[in-house]
Ligand binder design. Structure first.
Ligand code: COA
Length: 184
């Protein structure tokens, strides 16, 4: 079945939100368990997506459509000064995962970035098992992992993640870390 990548349209909101919440359930649940926080990741994601569709960022929000259904979405950021692009939040409906739709969206985004004259692209995700498929999807389109670690400390609690003991790469965030002033 052919999948095409096209700009987000206002009528896509319900489908994008639904698939986003479904797709992130495993990864965000694992994160919540690890940091022992009352993180309402669903509300955070919805708020973040709303901030994208209500702003200039909407023009860099794309959806994957198959047989008239929205089956995935991806947002990307552009830093024209650094000539660098960044793949932000993205997801494929769980029922459609494992069919190459993620890499199809990422390859499309990389082509748009090249067409804008950008020199580099980045993407980030978590280092845990729940995000293995995301890492795999990024690597399929040429990304290589950098040896970075993101630290976390709780400011109003004991300060240690529940699962502390082993270093975790990129434990956190819902939505891009840059750009919104504020994950994935
Ligand atoms: C990351 C994501 C967008 C990748 O999209 P995708 O269309 O599934 O990508 P692919 O089809 O290339 O699958 C990626 C890998 O995950 C594996 N995979 C897919 N679905 C799987 C499943 N349900 N269980 C186990 N592995 C699975 C595939 O086998 C594939 O690896 P392979 O090609 O070497 O076999 C999608 O898995 C997703 O929405 N994940 C949750 C949200 C997320 O992590 N977003 C990215 C960070 S913002």
């Amino acid at each position: 079945m052919t999948t095409r990548i096209r700009p987000y349209d206002d009528g896509d909101w319900d489908a994008v939100l639904d698939l986003c919440l479904l797709a992130f359930a495993a990864g965000c649940g694992a994160l919540e368990g690890a940091i022992g926080h009352g993180l309402d990741w669903g509300a955070c994601l919805e708020e973040y997506l709303r901030s994208l569709v209500g702003s200039r960022e909407q023009k860099r929000l794309l959806v994957a459509e198959s047989a008239g259904l929205v089956v995935g979405f991806v947002h990307y950021e552009v830093d024209r000064v650094a000539r660098c692009g960044r793949i932000g939040v993205s997801a494929v409906h769980p029922a459609r995962q494992g069919r190459g739709i993620g890499p199809l969206m990422y390859a499309h985004v990389l082509r748009e970035m090249r067409a804008k004259g950008l020199k580099y692209a980045t993407a980030d995700t978590a280092g845990d098992e729940a995000h293995a498929r995301a890492r795999r999807a990024y690597e399929k389109v040429g990304f290589v992992a950098l040896p970075m670690v993101q630290y976390f400390v709780e400011l109003d609690g004991p300060g240690r993640p529940r699962a502390a003991g082993r270093p975790r790469s990129r434990p956190a965030s819902v939505g891009p870390e840059r750009g919104r002033g504020g994950r994935r």
